[in-house]
Ligand binder design. Sequence first.
Ligand code: GLN
Length: 390
Amino acid sequence: MTALRPGKLPDVGTTIFTVMSRRAHELGALNLGQGFPDYDIDPRLTELVAAAMTAGHNQYAPMEGLLSLRERIAAKLLSVYGLPSDPEREITVTLGATEAIFSAIQAVVGAGDEVIAFDPAYDSYEPAVRLAGGRCVRVPLTQPGFRYDWERVRASVNVRTRLVLFNSPHNPACTVATGADLDRLAAVIRDRDILVLSDEVYEHVVFDGAAHHSVLTHPELAARSFAVFSFGKTLHATGLRIGYCVAPAHLTAQLRKVHQFNTFSIAHPLQHAIAAYLQERPDCGLELAAFFQAKRDRLRSALKGSGFALPPAQGSYFQLLDFSEFSRAGDLEFAETLLTAGGVASIPLSPFYAVPQRLPFVRLCLAKRDSTLDEAAARLNAFAARPSRS
Ligand code: GLN
């Protein structure tokens, strides 16, 4: 029998999110790992989904997305960012942000191209680059605080560089890029044939009165960026799997060439429902910062005195937990101990690194009921107080 070929991603396993959710379920642990809410969505959205199906919107949607939804997205870009956009030529509805990221990468990265990604980076970026035939050049975010080293970015760019993968608010670092970061990024790629793919799915989840700086609001970057957003995050419904990509017309045209053969078109009744919902509630999303900040503060104050240190969380719907007081183990091992001995599922950061660092952090999801966060804090406090520390 001939040996089976190893496939194109021989070193890639099942994502840490799927693994931890599965383990949490098996063990009956509290799941603060994979990022998804455990509370109900707005019942009005449920009604609108039912209404859209009843009204018969059950066949293929237009490939680029329902026009009325893209118009609502354009209205939002105008009201939130003061940004005029053309829904016909600059906005594409995708199967979650993940498809937008994947399709954009396939559209513009080819064999031999290099892509700058930061370390840590969301886990889907690098496999998408590799499947396109490209190679990720990972630039570490520096400690403490996961900061950009723009000189190192500059030194990593060369004639093969095609794309920079940017992400703010950052998952898993929980940091928010500044306007100065965008200026530095623009300066690095100026006069070069380099594009930007900016993952902004946590655009509304920025804490302590700070602002989200979208690449779309930076004219120089906007001219060469794909910006990616998520209704799953904004509407507290990750199961919708609907996101969108905003990019100049010439980049959108490239994206759609892949999108049409990748997912083709996105759930039609859901697009109708979201369009109607946005019409009724055009400001939805604006309350997310206060909503998640209250959850962040609740969890942080419940863990005060536990011995766990809590690095600043500037945005995203996560909070990092620093376990260095309790264990010298690596983060994968600590996450397993916390799961089995503490009854709390978290996400270690190693899977987000190309060059794993020995950092004492696991990630906790804040998008949970207050009662879930209180129970998680109680379990973490009990774990911290147990006599046998590993
Ligand atoms: N975005 C989610 C997170 O960071 C994971 C989604 C997934 O499982 N692919 O937790």
